[in-house]
Design a protein. Structure first.
Length: 288
């Protein structure tokens, strides 16, 4: 059959059947609607946006590569570590400044705190001959120095706060070292026990292994370290004008073990309360 021939705009006639015809109904062709100016620009805007996003991603990757490459430059790592240490020193200075400014109020507020449980925990594990040499790290105004002295031991205080060091010397009559925790200078194997009550949490986490090693070096063989710190889920940062690093039990145990200590015991304070109401983690360690 040959193709149909259009006779008119409305009629199609088949050549094989001249007598037959098919009427074609008129129709209206749908023409595309005219795009608004905003829609006409949309594809271009999308293309520009994708290009900008790709450029930003490329620049970010380039920056990461440059930082990685800079680590390979001799001396760069050391300079960066020194800058970080300087920043931590500045943080420590702010903390000490706050303690200096609040020294009188701190002494009055903590004068009657009962930490006999902590003192007993330290002393019962020391095995050397008496009198014992005790280093009270973070001694504050000297409250516990007087307790150790009254028990017949030779106590030495250490605090980074100038005002606390002055108070401790005047109130206890003991020798007190004014030393920043980040710049300790302690005699080797001098002390039978180190009492670090409510102080080591002020040391930034990155510096803590080094400080723990220095405290260990100051202990006699078999010497004992006591520590008590607020316990949290390994957060680090500012609380007011004081910097703190707060650990859970597992993390704290790992830090002390790697520093060369063996755990003797741990407990939570205050005593006699449910665990959720005991914010302090106390632990006792022997120099391995």
């Amino acid at each position: 059959m040959k193709s149909p021939t259009v006779c008119t705009a409305r009629t199609v006639r088949c050549e094989s059947c001249p007598s037959s015809s098919l009427q074609v109904l008129p129709y209206k062709r749908d023409l595309p609607a005219k795009l608004s100016p905003r829609r006409r620009w949309l594809p271009a805007i999308l293309i520009v946006g994708i290009a900008i996003a790709s450029l930003l991603i490329s620049l970010s990757l380039l920056a990461i590569f440059i930082v990685w490459l800079s680590d390979l430059v001799p001396g760069h790592v050391q300079r960066r570590q020194e800058q970080q240490r300087q920043q931590r020193g500045d943080d420590d200075a702010i903390t000490l400044s706050d303690y200096n400014e609040s020294a009188e109020g701190f002494r009055e507020g903590t004068r009657d705190h009962d930490v006999s449980q902590n003192i007993d925990a330290l002393l019962r594990h020391i095995q050397s001959d008496k009198p014992w040499q005790i280093l009270d790290v973070g001694c504050g105004p000297g409250r516990d120095l007087k307790t150790f002295t009254a028990l017949g031991h030779i106590a030495t205080g250490l605090d980074g706060s100038e005002r606390f060091a002055e108070m401790a010397r005047a109130d206890s009559g003991c020798a007190v070292l004014q030393q920043n925790f980040l710049e300790l200078d302690l005699p080797a194997e001098r002390f039978d026990g180190v009492f670090a009550n409510a102080c080591l949490f002020h040391i930034p986490n990155q510096e803590l292994p080094r400080v723990l090693s220095q405290l260990r070096a100051s202990l006699k063989p078999g010497g004992v370290l006591f520590s008590s710190n607020p316990r949290r889920q390994n957060q680090e940062g500012w609380k007011g004008e004081r910097y703190g690093s707060y650990h859970d039990l597992e993390t704290w145990q790992g830090l002390l073990t790697r520093a060369g200590f063996v755990e003797l015991e741990h407990y939570y304070r205050p005593a006699g309360l449910p665990l959720e109401q005991q914010p302090w983690l106390a632990s006792v360690w022997r120099k391995a």
